[in-house]
Design a binder for this molecule. Structure first.
Ligand code: CIR
Length: 254
């Protein structure tokens, strides 16, 4: 069960967020704010208390709070963004994390790690090696997980931005998978829901207590998740998608 979530309001600088899809255009700020409101409302309807942080115009991608920390049952790991324009965002999350956690740990240079590369499955954490998370960062996280009686393992990523760009664990042994992750041996044990190539963005869903949040505009994914027995809440993230952001990156849940 998640009791809490932390989000950060996007700033106007969101239009300058890192993107690999400039053809989608720049985010419309007014719409992004409305979508953020709806996202917060969706989290609340799942029964979590939402802490809303102020905008931070210095960092265009700072609404993607998932990347700057990893929140586990026993400790929070303050991450170390691999993207240079995001370096420093992690310092801005420490104060609020301290309100919820006594045990804080820190990824140290030369390690880099972004929370979007970390997928929690019970007490085990899959860590993607991406352009943002390096082996040193992943190994630091594994060492700390082991210190607290948990475990971690590494998954190599070749195409996706983050591990959770193409994977989502919906609990109850169900894993949403797409693209390069479909045939990975470590995921064989899960009941997999395959995401169609043309709906690839929608692999980034989140299970929050009794519901699965699914991005708007991906009917096949929505139907598959419903058919697997989950209750679904649809949330529009079109403006965040323009800067490679999805449902999971917009919050920390714990
Ligand atoms: C970035 O490239 O860092 C942002 N524009 C998007 C971050 C998305 N985060 C995530 O998938 N966890």
């Amino acid at each position: 069960m998640f009791k809490n979530a932390i989000v950060r309001r996007p700033g106007h600088s969101l239009v300058n967020g890192i993107t690999s899809a400039p053809e989608l255009g720049k985010p419309d700020y007014g719409l992004a704010i409305k979508q953020h409101d709806a996202y917060i409302a969706a989290l609340k309807s799942c029964g979590v208390e939402v802490t809303v942080l102020e905008t931070d115009e210095r960092f265009p991608d700072s609404c993607f709070v998932e990347d700057v920390a990893v929140c586990t049952k026993k400790f929070a790991m303050i991450a170390k963004p691999g993207a240079s324009s995001r370096r420093g965002e992690e310092k801005e999350i420490i104060e609020v994390i301290k309100k919820f956690y006594n045990n804080l740990e820190y990824i140290k240079e030369p390690g880099t790690l972004e929370g979007g590369d970390v997928m929690m499955v019970g007490d085990h954490f899959y860590i993607g090696l991406s352009k943002r998370t390096n082996r040193e960062g992943a190994e630091q996280l594994i060492e700390v997980l082991e210190k607290y009686g948990m475990s971690g393992s590494i998954v190599e990523i070749s195409e996706m931005l983050h591990l959770k760009s193409g994977l989502a664990y919906l609990e109850d042994d169900v894993l949403l998978v797409t693209g390069e992750f479909i045939n990975i041996l470590e995921f064989k044990k899960f009941n997999k829901i395959m995401i169609d190539e043309e709906e690839i963005y929608s692999a980034n869903c989140i299970r929050v207590n009794d519901y699965v949040l699914v991005p708007a505009g991906y009917p096949k994914t929505k139907e598959k998740i419903k058919a697997a027995g989950f209750k679904v809440i649809v949330v529009d993230t079109s403006e965040y998608r323009k800067v490679n952001g999805g449902l999971s990156c917009l919050s920390l849940r714990f």
